[in-house]
Design a protein around this ligand. Structure first.
Ligand code: ATP
Length: 231
C-alpha cells in the first residue's frame, strides 16, 4: 500500500487528524482518491459504503498515521489462533511491558494481569472463556475477544472495522456503546446503517474510493445511507 498527500498531525490541539488530498494505491491501482478529512477529538464517526469502497483502506491509512494513540479492531480480528483469549487480550498492552515480562506471562500468566483481563472479559461476556484457545471460539466470541483487546489497550482513538458484524443486534448495540464510552474518539466501519445512525454523531460515506457523504447523523435518515449501497 502506498499513500500520498499532505498529512497534518497535531495531537496537542484540535484537530486530532487532518488528511489533505490523500491518496492510497495498491500496486499502482488507486483505492482512495482526494481524501480530505478532519477528525476532531471526541467525535463518534461511522464509516459506511459498499464492499470494496475503501473503508478498510481508510482505517489503515489513519492507523498508520497515528499508531501511538490508536487502538485498532481489524476486520479479520488479528487474533493468534493458537493462544488463549487471555493471551490475545493481554496483547493489547504488550508494549507496556518488557519482552522478558511478556515471555514469563506467556508461560505462566501473572495473577494481577489475569484479574485485569478478566474484568474486561466480563464486560464483553466472555469471562468463562478466559483460557480457551481462540481457534475454538465462535465468530461472535472472536469478535468480542478483539473488542476486549482494544478495551484493554485503550488510547485516544479507536478504529474498528465492522467490529460487531458477527454478534446479535442487542450485543452489537451494547458493544458499540461500550467502545464509544471507553474511547473519546471513535471511527467504526459499519454496514448496519441503523447502528451507524444510533451510535455515531457523524457519518462518512465512501463510494469507489471517494468521500461522497460527510454529515452529522441528525441530518440523515436510514434511506439517505441506503442510497450509498445502490449504484
Ligand atoms: N492488499 C490489497 N492489495 C490490492 N488491492 C487491495 C488490497 N486491499 C484492498 N484492495 C482493493 O482496494 C479497494 C478497497 O478495498 P477495502 O478493503 O478498503 O474496501 P472495504 O470498503 O473495506 O470493503 P469491505 O466492506 O468488503 O471490507 C478494493 O478495490 C480492493 O480490491
Amino acid at each position: 500500500m502506498g499513500s500520498s498527500g499532505l498529512i497534518v498531525i497535531d495531537t496537542q490541539t484540535q484537530p486530532l487528524l487532518s488528511l489533505v488530498n490523500a491518496e492510497v494505491r495498491y500496486q499502482g491501482n488507486v483505492a482512495l482518491h482526494d481524501i480530505n478529512l478532519t477528525i476532531q477529538k471526541g467525535e463518534k464517526i461511522a464509516l459506511i459504503g459498499r464492499s470494496g469502497s475503501g473503508k478498510s483502506t481508510l482505517l489503515k491509512l489513519i492507523y498508520e498515521t497515528l499508531p501511538k494513540i490508536t487502538a485498532l479492531v481489524p476486520q479479520d480480528e488479528g487474533l493468534v489462533e493458537s493462544l488463549s483469549v487471555y493471551h490475545n487480550v493481554y496483547m493489547g498492552r504488550l508494549r507496556a511491558h518488557s519482552w522478558f515480562y511478556n515471555l514469563l506471562n506467556l508461560i505462566r500468566p501473572f495473577k494481577s494481569r489475569v484479574e485485569e483481563v478478566n474484568a474486561i472479559l466480563e464486560k464483553v461476556e466472555l469471562q468463562d472463556k478466559c483460557f480457551d484457545v481462540v481457534k475454538q471460539l465462535s465468530g461472535g466470541q472472536r469478535q468480542r475477544t478483539a473488542v476486549a483487546r482494544s478495551l484493554y489497550q485503550g488510547g485516544e482513538l479507536l478504529l474498528a472495522d465492522e467490529p460487531v458484524s458477527a454478534v446479535d443486534e442487542l450485543q452489537a448495540g451494547r458493544l458499540l456503546q461500550m467502545l464509544s464510552t471507553d474511547f473519546s474518539t471513535t471511527l467504526f466501519a459499519l454496514h448496519d446503517t441503523q447502528l451507524a445512525l444510533s451510535h455515531c454523531t457523524r457519518v462518512i460515506g465512501l463510494h469507489r474510493g471517494r468521500i461522497v457523504l460527510d454529515e452529522p447523523s441528525e441530518h440523515l435518515s436510514a434511506a439517505d445511507l441506503t442510497r450509498l449501497y445502490c449504484d
